[in-house]
Design a protein around this ligand. Structure first.
Ligand SMILES: Nc1ncnc2c1ncn2[C@@H]1O[C@H](COP(=O)(O)OP(=O)(O)O)[C@@H](O)[C@H]1O
Ligand SMILES: [Mg+2]
Length: 291
């Protein structure tokens, strides 16, 4: 089971967009059994596949809808509020992923207040517990036998929740806009990757897929300049493919977008073509590592 973490501690760089693209590519195009995990309290990734509801404990927060298998009258469900999120792993709860409109894609969504609580822990022994929870969940025999790939969207931070994701991942992907602030985030993430690599035993490596340039302005020179100098500085890490800045990506993010996935656009669509190329390059880079 491959576990791809999409990380960058800067916000608005394309983590959620990239997570969607990967989850939909592997499920729709490659027919893999994919589990999507939304570790960001903002719940944008979850919102694309589920009708998230308002979190009663946090005005701008979101909680998952009632799970289709929940039966309020069943004895078994007496101690369950009927909602299940990936944040449950930090509170000793069972996690039941939700099906989506794509046959081979399931999602375990965000839960804003629970993820914020996990992110805010400070006592050393609790922090250590948070770090380990996602690895424990993804190592369950049931999870391992149910999915081929796990795609994890993360919050814009380097806090305990992000660390737990990095610890559980087999591969890291860093989307970034080719501008100074987001590029700073790339350095931070490469640093995190290196320290995690040192911590791990040899038989359990964390592979860096690389940096995916997003919202790339093909006409201006600023993005190209930053891309060229980053490519020069870290030639092995920067992907050849780029995702251009296109209205279609923002539109695809809107509720009720039709078609719901970029991969359902006609083949002649330029955005579909460029994301296919990017996903193929990501796949090639992943298979170049021998596990
Ligand atoms: N290539 C792109 N072209 C146009 N808009 C984009 C592109 N990538 C992302 N966006 C939009 O920019 C915003 C931030 O992207 P998002 O993926 O949510 O970033 P993050 O998850 O890192 O905060 C979203 O509204 C998204 O729709
Ligand atoms: Mg996001």
């Amino acid at each position: 089971m491959k576990i791809i973490a999409v990380v960058n501690n800067k916000g608005g760089v394309g983590k959620t967009t990239t997570s969607r693209i990967l989850a939909e590519y592997f499920s729709i195009i490659k027919h893999k059994k994919v589990l999507a995990l939304d570790m960001d309290p903002q719940a944008n990734f979850s919102n694309r596949y589920l009708k998230m509801e308002i979190d009663p404990y946090q005005q701008e927060g979101r909680i998952p809808p009632l799970h289709p298998s929940y039966d309020p009258h069943a004895k078994d469900d007496e101690d369950w509020d009927g909602r299940s999120s990936i944040a449950g792993i930090f509170f000793g709860e069972m996690v039941f992923p939700y099906t989506t409109y794509i046959d081979t894609l399931e999602i375990s969504p965000s839960h804003s207040s629970k993820l914020l609580l996990a992110e805010a822990v400070t006592r050393e022994e609790v922090v250590q517990k948070v770090y380990d929870q996602l690895s424990k969940f993804l190592n369950l025999a049931d999870v391992r036998s149910s999915y081929d790939m796990v795609i994890i969207d993360t919050p814009p931070s380097k806090g305990p929740v992000t660390i737990s994701v990095v610890r559980a991942a087999t591969h890291l992907l860093i989307p970034s806009i080719m501008e100074p602030q987001p590029i700073e985030g790339i350095y931070g993430m490469i640093h995190l990757w290196k320290s995690e690599t040192l911590r791990r035993p040899n038989h359990d490596p964390l592979h860096l897929i690389g940096v995916l340039p997003n919202s790339f302005d093909r006409r201006g020179i600023i993005h190209k300049d930053h891309y060229d100098s980053l490519k020069h500085e870290m030639p092995d890490y920067v992907l050849q493919s780029k995702i251009a800045r296109r209205l279609i990506y923002a539109e695809a993010d809107a509720d009720g977008a039709v078609p719901p996935s970029i991969f359902m656009y006609p083949d002649k669509n330029l955005a579909k073509q460029e994301v296919l190329l990017a996903c193929q390059e990501i796949e090639e880079r992943m298979s170049s590592y021998v596990d």
